[in-house]
Design a protein around this ligand. Structure first.
Ligand SMILES: Nc1nc2c(ncn2[C@@H]2O[C@H](COP(=O)(O)OP(=O)(O)O)[C@@H](O)[C@H]2O)c(=O)[nH]1
Ligand SMILES: [Mg+2]
Length: 339
């Protein structure tokens, strides 16, 4: 699961301040009148405590977002680190923990001062000083809060993948049948998400093998051309996929209408092999319902018996592929358990 999916976003500090002050005076005004001194005491106390509470809510949301980063699988951390520096995340985390503590202390200190006063003007004075101190922290943390909000917005859109489950990555040139394959093999509904450096949505599907669950992800625009085309940061986004345990399903289009000639399709596969030295790549020849004999011959020559020939249009060969994928899911599942 995406660790940020269920977390609530904090608001920018300017808005937090605005909401917090308004809420504090609203709550204070709700307190019924019971004599001048007693009413003033309760109202001033409420103003401080509601302000502190509202501010702490948002600071704590920010802390949770950063906690999720530290607890996340390397897959997610690598993706966050494409744009957000670990040192900066650590610094802000520490700072927000400090600010939360300081605000609690200010709240307690000034509520105590208010409670021990007998003069409403003095109470008001302490309330103002307390509120001012809390505001100062808010202003100082504004930029860091904006950083956390940016991180959250980015993180929340990352694909929802469980890195503890076998995950199959579908690769291959455009139009070879990647999306169709994900839909065909998925037993549960697929989810869409965004992935850094892809303009198209990626799909995550689930494959159930008895009680075991595997995942299958489509990677449009990510593993569909040569790695030499990519800049450094794109390569890092691709490299994050190495953290996932599972094979790569590489799809050739062996029809006459293939987007790329067969040699280029093979070349892309070779580059993917280099980028994922630890992963097994299962080569698949799709569109067997309309094969181009020369393309098929060449792909068979390269891969021999390991080439899985299918047609997603007619279903030919799909059962054999399904079986193989299920076997591999169980195998990776055992590996993950014994880690
Ligand atoms: N004839 C034929 N067409 C197919 C087959 N598999 C997929 N297609 C078609 O090829 C096109 C591209 O498929 P898609 O799954 O979107 O490819 P992707 O770009 O790799 O995700 C679509 O029009 C599919 O309907 C197949 O086995 N045979
Ligand atoms: Mg597609």
């Amino acid at each position: 699961m995406n660790p940020w999916e269920k977390l609530k976003p904090p608001q920018p500090m300017r808005e937090v301040e605005d909401t917090a002050f308004k809420r504090a005076s609203r709550e204070a005004n709700k307190i019924p009148y019971k004599g001048k001194v007693e009413t003033a005491r309760k109202r001033e106390k409420t103003r401080v405590s509601v302000l502190a509470r509202t501010v702490l809510t948002h600071i704590n949301r920010a802390i949770k977002i950063l906690d999720a980063y530290f607890e996340a699988d390397p897959f997610y951390r690598d993706l966050i680190n494409l744009y957000f520096d670990e040192k900066e995340i650590k610094r802000i985390h520490k700072r927000f923990l400090g600010i939360a503590k300081a605000i609690e202390e200010i709240r307690d200190e000034y509520i105590n001062k208010i409670l021990s006063e007998e003069d409403p003007d003095e109470m008001k004075k302490w309330r103002r000083v307390g509120q001012g101190k809390i505001s100062t922290f808010l202003h100082r943390a504004a930029e860091d809060m904006d950083y956390v909000i940016r991180l959250y917005k980015y993180a929340r859109r990352l694909p929802s993948i469980d890195p503890d489950k076998p995950t199959f990555i579908v690769a291959g040139p455009p139009n070879t049948g990647k999306s169709t394959l994900v839909n065909t093999l998925s037993t549960a509904k697929t989810k869409t998400a965004s992935y850094p450096f892809t303009t198209k949505d990626i799909h995550v599907g689930h494959i159930e093998v008895g009680p075991v669950r595997g995942q299958i992800i489509d990677t449009p625009g990510l593993l569909d051309r040569e790695m030499s085309d990519r800049n450094e940061i794109e390569l890092k986004a691709i490299a994050a996929l190495r953290n996932l345990v599972g094979d790569i399903l590489y799809i050739y289009d062996i029809s006459r209408d293939a987007y790329y000639p067969i040699e280029r399709q093979h070349n892309i596969l070779r580059e993917i092999m280099k980028a994922f030295p630890d992963k097994k790549i299962i080569p698949i020849a799709n569109k067997m319902d309309m094969p181009h004999e020369e393309n098929l011959r060449r792909a068979s020559e390269i891969h021999g018996d390991s080439l899985i020939k299918i047609s997603l249009a007619t279903g030919q060969g799909v059962d054999r592929l399904k079986k193989l994928v299920e076997e591999r899911i169980l195998r990776h599942y055992r590996d993950i358990l014994s880690r």
